[in-house]
Design a protein around this ligand. Structure first.
Ligand code: FES
Ligand SMILES: [Fe+2]
Length: 382
């Protein structure tokens, strides 16, 4: 027995809480349960509404184990369906995005569905007078639109959107109207960057929830937000936004001026950064002149696709002004964070992490996320 054998280690002192054991980040069986009980059961932020600009526009998104097809129907409403043909099960749309005129046609035997999912036509349909077109239509999934995004829920009986999404944001910001003042749904997409991250989705969330690492890995961010260099999770004190440093003009990579202040912001929202986690897969970052929204798509225990949108006032985007210094700050932060997550992922299957690691006091709020995961998986976690 060696001094590092966990069985001989003293019990952790009260200031250290346990993380999840390593297998929660690597075990395909845990991931399968998460797919079923979290991603296919909760509200999932799938696509940006403005990406479905016209009737007939569609996007596909990986939601849990399913491919979901989200489209805009002839009357301009958003609809979402499981992306599976009801004839013999071919994937209906294989493209990530596209536009059809008035119907979606399966490439296998040409069953054709209207944009409300009804079976509109099929070869030799005259031979099948008994077919009920609605009954044989695409399987719909629940849809909600908020902050300019389409959220879908694959559960038959979805949890309350109000309680599980809107109130999660309001609870963090300490005011149910705070996020509305940014007018997120009216902003325009300035830049989108996709990151293919070789790490479990929970590592990405845990990283986003703490700032203990900020002083070590985020030099540009701590220059703009000096309080982050202290390492405490300022983003998790209800209602608190991290204040820009003296001499910082805007939320940009060099602290130079950004693009003023979004209409409607309250005085106390100016010169501040607010980070909001909406579990299981959304981060919203609010600064005076733009909003950054991350959507995670967990693809495997050790792989997470992250789509990140930088949203600005339409005037700013359509003026053609150079956004690069503004985008570069959080793009660097993202790359620094995701590299840290990728550094941890291989260690999750090490014997050294069999019983997990620890959370220091400024990370203790992450334990609530672990409890949340445990409750949804129906198992007790440390
Ligand atoms: S599987 Fe789609 S038409 Fe046959
Ligand atoms: Fe970070």
């Amino acid at each position: 027995m060696t001094a590092t054998d966990p069985s001989t280690a003293a019990a952790a002192p009260a200031e250290l809480l346990a993380t999840l054991p390593g297998r929660y980040y690597t075990d395909p069986a845990v991931f399968a349960r998460e797919q079923e009980r979290i991603f296919e059961a909760r509200w999932f932020c799938a696509v940006r509404s403005a990406d479905l600009a016209r009737p007939g526009a569609f996007r596909t998104a990986a939601v849990g184990r399913e491919s979901v097809l989200v489209c805009r129907n002839r009357s301009g409403e958003v609809r979402a369906f499981l992306n599976v043909c009801r004839h013999r099960g071919a994937r209906l749309c294989t493209a990530e995005s596209g536009e059809v005129r008035r119907s979606l046609q399966c490439p296998y035997h040409a069953w054709t569905y209207d944009l409300d999912g009804r079976l509109a036509a099929a070869p030799n349909m005259a031979d099948m007078p008994g077919v009920d077109r609605r009954e044989r239509g695409l399987i719909g999934v629940h849809v909600a639109e908020w902050l300019g995004y389409v959220w879908v829920c694959l559960a038959d009986d979805p949890p309350s959107f109000e309680e599980t999404v809107r109130q999660a944001v309001a609870a963090r910001l300490g005011d149910e109207h705070a996020v509305e003042r940014y007018g997120v749904a009216e902003l325009a997409l300035g830049r989108r960057v996709s990151y293919d991250v070789a790490a479990n989705w929970k590592l990405v969330i845990e990283n986003f929830m703490e700032c203990y690492h900020c002083g070590t890995i985020h030099p540009e961010l701590t220059d703009v937000l000096p309080e982050f260099a202290e390492g405490y999770a300022a983003q998790y004190y209800v209602g608190h936004g991290a204040e820009f440093g003296e001499g910082v003009a805007g939320f940009t990579v060099d602290g130079g001026a950004g693009f003023g202040r979004l209409d409607g912001l309250a005085e106390e929202q100016d010169r501040r950064y607010y980070a909001v986690t909406v579990p299981p897969q959304v981060f919203v970052n609010l600064v005076p002149d733009h909003v950054i929204v991350h959507r995670m798509f967990p693809l495997a225990p050790d792989r997470t696709l992250i789509e990140c949108d930088w949203l600005y006032s339409p005037d700013v985007v359509y003026s053609g002004v150079d956004l690069s210094r503004s985008v570069e700050l959080f793009d660097r932060v993202n790359r620094q964070d995701f590299a840290a997550c990728e550094r941890c992922q291989p260690a999750m299957s090490s014997r050294a992490y069999r019983d997990g690691g620890v959370l220091v006091p400024v990370e203790h709020h992450i334990a609530a996320f672990h409890t949340w995961v445990g409750e949804l998986l129906g198992e007790a976690v440390p």
